[in-house]
Design a protein around this ligand. Structure first.
Ligand code: PLP
Length: 348
């Protein structure tokens, strides 16, 4: 039996229909701007996000780094949340590629508050970096797929505008936020100067993200993509997967959220694991294990056919996605129950 892989939504594999769409894609040289399928994807995403233009890039990390690069000059500062992907999981690239300093703030469940951003903006002073960008991640991955409401995003952007900061939105899972809130991606992206969405996570495409913003910013982004080594040639094969995902997979995200809720409710019934199911907003389920045992629990579950990720000594992350069915979730809950039955009682 193949394992129930809940490590990430990035493990999704192209569906049969997607593979056919890739096979049949019309292609050209995208560095010359001549790939019709890439152009179609870019127009489609720009339209969906309500932006003037868009650019297909190989990864979310490159998308974030391109966004920061086009918004800043070296020596400036970016305010972001402490758990954000840019701060934790991009190998220090913002310092290396753009010469910017990251200014992390501790949000609540991964979300920044307007008042704390306001307080963090540097005054104009010879000795200080200039605060230039506010970076928001919606959903907030490390916090457990937590959704920023539209009101909160707008309030944060209002503070940014007051202080002349640009707004960057990491929309790796903006699709999930939109599905959870039942608002369009366009409304969630509207307060951002530049944003991007991933095709290779819950949407199930093998590769790719799309950056969107004003035409001048995207012109700069195109140049930066080349500089960072991300210019691609017959990328229409990959863009076709993205177009297919938008047409056929995007509607399934709400179902992934249902699976996450079912998993969370199942976990809530099996101490020694701990979770508050009400804290599960989207497709990411974070749960606690007692006595710093995540490194023991993860291999045990793996041996029983359930793959999850340790996210700290006493925290485990399980992510639902289109390649795990509700039946798979029920099986994972059974495995967790079996572990709970054999585990010694928690010490406190
Ligand atoms: C919130 C967030 N931003 C950026 C990324 C980076 O995306 P990629 O893995 O495509 O580089 C991820 C990856 O999981 C993510 O979760």
């Amino acid at each position: 039996m193949s394992p129930i892989d809940l490590r990430s939504d990035t493990v999704t594999r192209p569906s049969e229909g997607m593979r056919t769409a890739m096979y049949e894609a019309e292609v050209g040289d995208d560095v010359y701007g001549e790939d019709p399928t890439v152009n179609r994807l870019q127009e489609r995403v720009a339209d969906r996000l309500g932006k003037e233009a868009a650019l297909f890039v190989p990864s979310g990390t490159m998308a974030n780094q391109i966004c920061l690069h086009v918004l800043t000059t070296p020596g400036e500062e970016v305010i972001l949340e402490r758990g954000s992907h840019v701060f934790n999981y991009e190998t220090g690239a913002a310092g290396l590629l753009s010469g910017v300093q990251l200014h992390p703030l501790s949000g609540t469940r991964g979300r920044l508050k307007p008042s704390q951003v306001e307080a963090a903006v540097r005054p104009e002073a010879d000795v200080m970096p200039r605060t230039r960008v506010l970076s928001i991640e919606n959903t907030a991955n490390k916090a457990g797929g937590v959704v920023y409401s539209l009101d909160r995003v707008q309030a944060l952007a209002a503070v940014a505008r007051e202080h002349d900061l640009a707004v960057h939105l990491d929309g790796a899972r903006l699709w999930n936020a939109a599905a959870a809130l039942d608002v369009t991606e366009e409304r969630l992206a509207a307060p951002a100067d530049i944003t991007w969405v991933a095709l290779s996570k819950g949407l199930g495409a093998p590769v790719g993200s799309v950056v969107a913003g004003s035409a001048p910013l995207i012109d700069e982004a195109r140049r930066t993509r080349k500089q960072f080594g991300g210019g691609m040639r017959q990328a229409g094969l990959l863009a076709a997967a993205g177009l297919y995902a938008l047409d056929h997979h995007r509607p399934d995200l709400a179902r992934d959220h249902e699976k996450a809720r079912r998993l969370a409710n199942g976990i809530a019934e099996c101490p020694p694991f701990s979770i508050d199911p009400a804290m599960v907003d989207t497709n990411i389920v974070m749960f606690g294990v007692p006595d710093d045992t995540a490194d023991e629990v993860v291999p045990h579950l793996r041996d029983q056919g359930v793959l999850v990720k340790a996210f700290g000594p006493s925290t485990i992350r399980a992510t639902t996605h289109r390649d795990v069915s509700m039946e798979g979730i029920e099986q994972a809950v059974d495995v967790l129950h079996a572990y709970a039955d054999r585990a010694p009682a928690p010490t406190s």
